[in-house]
Design a protein around this ligand. Structure first.
Ligand SMILES: Cc1cc2nc3c(=O)[nH]c(=O)nc-3n(C[C@H](O)[C@H](O)[C@H](O)COP(=O)(O)OP(=O)(O)OC[C@H]3O[C@@H](n4cnc5c(N)ncnc54)[C@H](O)[C@@H]3O)c2cc1C
Length: 435
């Protein structure tokens, strides 16, 4: 297998490392690569921080074949490098789709299992790993085994959301959900402050829910934004057009305070005061940013961090205003900030979801970002919340045991699966995930 030298960056671009990458296309090549240089697998590099960074890594994106599909039951078997968008584009015309999808279709099946991702329907559908029936895992010695919740419950739960630490996921068998139409009807409403937002989420019965927040708003407007509630329409599926790309890194002023403030104001006002219904093709609703390739370049060369946490229901109303205040007064807010409701569903020991509210905020990587992130992490910990490791670039290792109560069980299982620590990534080392 040929190894290529490359600079690896998380999607936020704030963390990077020099790495050598192998990109096998066949299982035999993957096995030989692992036996030669045991190292972690990575997917489409859509995790924001350093979950997908390592000195040596195996890029799984060429192992991207569908293996089998049962049209009656929706049971799909696919290689780990298949993307979420591939699954949607292929199976939606047949009436099926992944039961839950992250906000980008570029994420791979392996990456979605390793971070046990959640979607806009988490309150009903749970997390991605809960729809995985079984998967094939390859160890550092090149030996592979099929595991499921029934056959190897501990290893399976350490693998779902397990950051790739139990081995390389080669393929998985998962249950797709029914996809009754090709478009979504989205009801958009302005929310004038945070209380209105939380009340709207608590009252909503919609299958899919997501909120956009204006993180520059202060005082009585703090927490204002737009609530989207969606259900399927009746139209046929429409294939996405090829995405346009941002050709170069944007200059620093693109994300300056006045530009972001003005953008957010216009974005808020685009929805009429009494709300509106709009129809969107599935990919535009589920992957709103994928239409612009390399949109992360809009943050310039220094990149950005994404902070995402979940706060338990009873703590969210008191803690969210403190977080919003901290971001608004830092001047580091960007237009990309999301509020969602999560249910209790989680598939693994290290899965992120807990019942409550999740806030995701993009933070421009300037010198003040470090202090702001430290404050946000501390607020999340104090509220009994949890920071999402798929997005993290700044958490303190000492916070991990409180935030992830099954950490000790996870460590024990991973130690058995990978005693030589071949699969440790930069994030795993930074946060002492393996103990
Ligand atoms: C625009 C955008 C929107 C997003 N929205 C959401 C969202 O709504 N909900 C959500 O939960 N997440 C969301 N994410 C995060 C994203 O879904 C996750 O980070 C996902 O894991 C990325 O998949 P990937 O293929 O890029 O994996 P990578 O980022 O390359 O890797 C992620 C982790 O998976 C491991 N891994 C990857 N492939 C394998 C394999 N085959 N075997 C073993 N381990 C493997 C890696 O070692 C690493 O630890 C979003 C990201 C972006 C950029």
């Amino acid at each position: 297998m040929r190894w290529k030298n490359d600079e690896l960056r998380g999607w936020g671009g704030a963390l990077k490392t020099q790495a050598t990458l192998a990109r096998p296309e066949r299982h035999s090549a993957l096995k030989a690569t692992l036996q030669d240089t045991p190292c972690p697998a990575i997917g489409a590099r859509r995790s924001y921080g350093d979950a997908n960074l390592a000195t040596h890594a195996i890029d799984m994106t060429r192992l991207d074949r569908f293996i089998s599909f049962d049209k009656e039951t929706g049971l799909l078997e696919a290689e780990a490098g298949v993307t979420i968008a591939d699954m949607l584009n292929t199976f939606a015309p047949m009436g099926f789709m992944p039961a839950t999808m992250p906000g980008t279709g570029f994420a791979t099946l392996g990456g979605c299992i390793a971070n046990d991702v959640h979607g806009k329907n988490h309150h009903l559908a749970g997390s991605f790993g809960q729809h995985v029936e079984s998967l094939v895992l390859m160890g550092a010695d090149g030996k592979s085994q099929r595991i499921s919740l029934k056959s190897k419950p501990k290893l399976f739960r350490a693998t779902i959301g397990g950051l790739g630490q139990t081995g390389v996921i080669i393929s998985a068998r998962l249950h797709l959900a029914k996809c009754p139409a090709g478009r979504m009807v989205v009801h958009e409403r302005r929310m004038e402050d945070l209380d209105a937002f939380l009340d709207a989420f608590n009252a909503s019965r919609a299958d899919f829910q997501v909120g956009w927040l204006d993180m520059t708003a202060k005082g009585i407007h703090m927490g204002r934004g737009i609530m989207e509630e969606a259900h399927f329409s009746h139209d046929r599926y429409i294939r996405p057009k090829k995405a346009r790309a941002v050709p170069f890194n944007a200059p620093g002023f693109a994300m300056s305070r006045p530009v972001v403030k003005a953008f957010n104001w216009l974005y808020y006002k685009r929805v009429p005061e009494d709300g509106r219904d709009v129809e969107r093709p599935l990919h535009k609703f589920f992957f709103p940013l994928d239409g612009i390739r390399h949109w992360n370049r809009l943050y310039g060369k220094r990149g950005f961090h994404q902070f995402q946490c979940v706060l338990p229901d009873d703590e969210a109303p008191a803690t969210l205003p403190l977080m919003l205040e901290a971001v608004a007064s830092s001047g580091l807010a960007s237009p990309l900030s999301v509020l969602k409701r999560l249910g209790h569903g989680r598939g693994g020991m290290m899965s992120f979801p807990m019942e409550g509210f999740t806030l995701a905020v993009d933070i421009v990587n300037r010198s003040a970002a470090k202090g702001l992130l430290a404050r946000l992490n501390e607020l999340a910990r104090h509220a009994g919340g949890r920071v999402y490791l798929a997005k993290d670039s700044s958490l303190e290792a000492a916070y991990l045991p409180d935030m992830y109560p099954e950490l000790a069980d996870f460590r024990a299982e991973v130690e058995k699966a990978d005693p030589s620590r071949a699969f440790a990534t930069d994030l795993v080392n930074r946060l002492n995930v393996r103990g």
